[in-house]
Design a protein around this ligand. Structure first.
Ligand SMILES: [Zn+2]
Ligand SMILES: [Zn+2]
Length: 231
């Protein structure tokens, strides 16, 4: 979303500019020549009268062009967070910076969800080892199966690798895959530890079927034709 930001300047040489308006995400040039990182000005616009006054100060010898330039970039730095610039960065850049810095805000935002995800997967795997107790399986697109169904067996992993919630590399793979919707967990390196089916007892399955049945009896789930589950 575009936004306006007001910044007041006082340069080294004493030029003062009050309440200069910067905009972000109003104008993105399609010129490749001027393409550059957001931190170096991409996506930012500056109120023209302020730019003209700065040029006048340079022309009159009151300011050095290099000082004016760095002052404008300092303003970009100040505005970066309030303009939510980070959200506009590419997934590749975010991932590269995260590796370089040993963490990032994408990872921090996902930390709690990651811990919950690990618990959920560990519980799914525990239940998968108890076929008699939990004989039904439901996939991510709400297909209901028996645990013996070939569809389920094809998608279930052979083993389960669990991670600690504090495992930063696993968190990174999880968080950044989720951040980039084009990237699957597997592609991001988050391959292990994902259990694609939720395992349920007969009683839980009946309750789940009732929850997923509309008032007129319409089903909001799919009953597998291969294994035809009857909980
Ligand atoms: Zn990260
Ligand atoms: Zn099935």
């Amino acid at each position: 979303m575009s936004s306006n930001h007001t910044v007041s300047f006082r340069t080294k040489s004493g030029t003062e500019l009050e309440r200069v308006v910067f905009s972000f995400a109003v104008a993105f040039s399609d010129s490749d020549v001027r393409d550059r990182p957001l931190r170096e000005g991409r996506g930012f616009s500056v109120e023209l009268p302020a730019v003209l006054d700065l040029l006048d100060a340079v022309a009159a010898g009151q300011e050095k062009a290099t000082d004016v330039r760095s002052m404008l970039l300092d303003a970009v730095d100040k505005i970066y967070d309030s303009a939510s610039c980070y959200e506009y960065e590419t997934h590749e850049d975010k991932l590269a910076w995260c590796k370089r810095d040993g963490g990032c805000r994408t990872c921090e935002r996902s930390r709690r969800r990651f811990a919950r995800h690990l618990e959920t997967m560990a519980e799914r795997w525990r239940r998968w080892t108890l076929h008699d107790e939990f004989p039904f399986a439901v996939g991510n697109s709400k297909g209901l199966h028996t645990v013996g169904c070939s569809v389920v067996r094809r998608h279930m992993p052979d083993g389960f690798i669990t991670h600690e919630p504090g495992d930063e590399e696993a968190l990174r793979a999880f968080a950044h895959a989720d951040d980039d919707h084009d990237l699957t967990f597997a592609e991001s390196g988050w391959a292990s530890g994902d259990i694609p089916f939720r395992l349920m007892s007969a009683e839980e399955t009946r309750a789940w079927m009732a929850e997923n049945t509309g008032p007129k009896g319409g089903r909001h789930y799919k009953r597998c034709r291969v294994c035809a589950p009857t909980p």
